[in-house]
Ligand binder design. Structure first.
Ligand code: ZN
Length: 331
């Protein structure tokens, strides 16, 4: 069997090694506190500190660079691009700014521009070109799964997919198990309801070609759902996603054999609130689309299967999503 993993927003892992290491402020400066929060991956607190520091040092390119890094990690991609642009204007270009810019652009669903910035990072700092993490990020940005070719206006996006790994008729109903996270047991019921909603939407769109049933044990399941508060666990084959990931095992004939989906329900273990239910559902719908056989992405940011997270709080399939699942199960 072959293994495919499909993730969103993977450059972020690169930044854990390069970010926030050049603050250089006096101990009283909130920027130093920001760096500490950054290292602890508490990016919302870090951002508050850096914003305060920026008021005191409005022309510091380092603070702006760190603000952009926090915004990128918090999914505020457009703001991150603006902050890095300002940082570059004030302090000249360095490879960290380029890498943050690339991650933000990937988050906005612009893999080609992201790739340009990573290449720029390597030319600014040739040591980066030899960094295996950088090489992996560059290779990944060439992946056809995140470079959809189909027209954003066609009635579906089947032509832009890498492949369709549908489940066989004899595997219906698909046996689905939602695992309880023992560190977040209170969220199990809500997450199960989100999984059910997502599966129901896709099943309805497929016009009866897909069915599923919940089972209690993971051993009898062929599709397993996990939820987590650790974005580093939304990860497979050593690449990090930020909001969710799907790993599929396929047979020689490309049909789906087994799958695992993981969805981020809280941005970090320290965070007190769970993510907005609509946003969790949107990510879950996207990952379920992969788990039901859509290997690749849409190039239209109104589709659930768009290659990156989009800010609109809408968690329903688009007409193109529905047409795509219908078509791949008819084939
Ligand atoms: Zn995806």
């Amino acid at each position: 069997m072959r293994k495919t993993s499909i993730q969103r927003l993977s450059i972020a892992i690169l930044l854990s090694c390069v970010s926030c290491n050049n603050a250089g402020f006096a101990a009283v400066d909130p920027a130093e506190e920001g760096v500490r929060y950054c290292k602890a991956k508490n990016f919302s607190q870090a951002l508050s500190c850096f914003n305060a520091a920026s008021k005191e040092h409005p022309t510091s390119w380092q603070i702006l660079q760190n603000i952009g890094n926090c915004q990128m990690h918090l999914g505020q991609y457009k703001s991150a691009v603006n902050s890095e642009q300002k940082s570059i204007e004030l302090g000249g270009l360095n490879s960290t700014q380029c890498t943050i810019m690339a991650a933000a652009l990937e988050g906005l669903g612009q893999p080609k521009q992201a790739l340009n910035w990573l290449n720029l990072a390597c030319s600014v700092d040739p040591a980066q070109a030899a960094n295996p993490v950088m090489q992996a990020a560059i290779n990944r940005l060439h992946d056809p799964a995140i470079n959809p070719t189909g027209s954003p206006n066609a009635s579906d996006y089947v032509s832009g997919l890498v492949s369709a790994n549908t489940w066989r008729r004899q595997d219906m109903p698909i046996k689905v198990c939602v695992r309880s996270n023992y560190q977040l047991p209170g969220f199990y019921r809500q997450f199960s309801a989100i999984v059910k909603d997502s599966l129901d939407q896709w099943c309805k769109a497929a016009n009866g070609a897909i069915s599923y049933k919940f089972v209690d044990s993971r051993d009898s399941a062929n599709l397993v759902f996990d939820y987590t508060d650790r974005s580093d666990l939304c990860t497979s084959e050593h690449e990090a996603g930020l909001e969710g990931g799907t790993e599929m095992m396929t047979r020689e004939d490309n049909t789906a054999a087994k799958g695992t989906v993981v969805v981020l329900v809280k941005t970090s273990p320290e965070e007190t609130h769970f993510r907005d239910r609509v946003l969790i559902t949107k990510v879950c719908l996207h990952e379920v689309g992969h788990a039901l056989g859509i290997h690749g992405h849409s190039s239209n940011n109104h589709d659930v299967m768009f290659l990156a997270a989009t800010p609109e709080p809408i968690a329903v399939l688009s007409e193109r999503d529905k047409a795509t699942i219908k078509r791949i199960y008819r084939q």
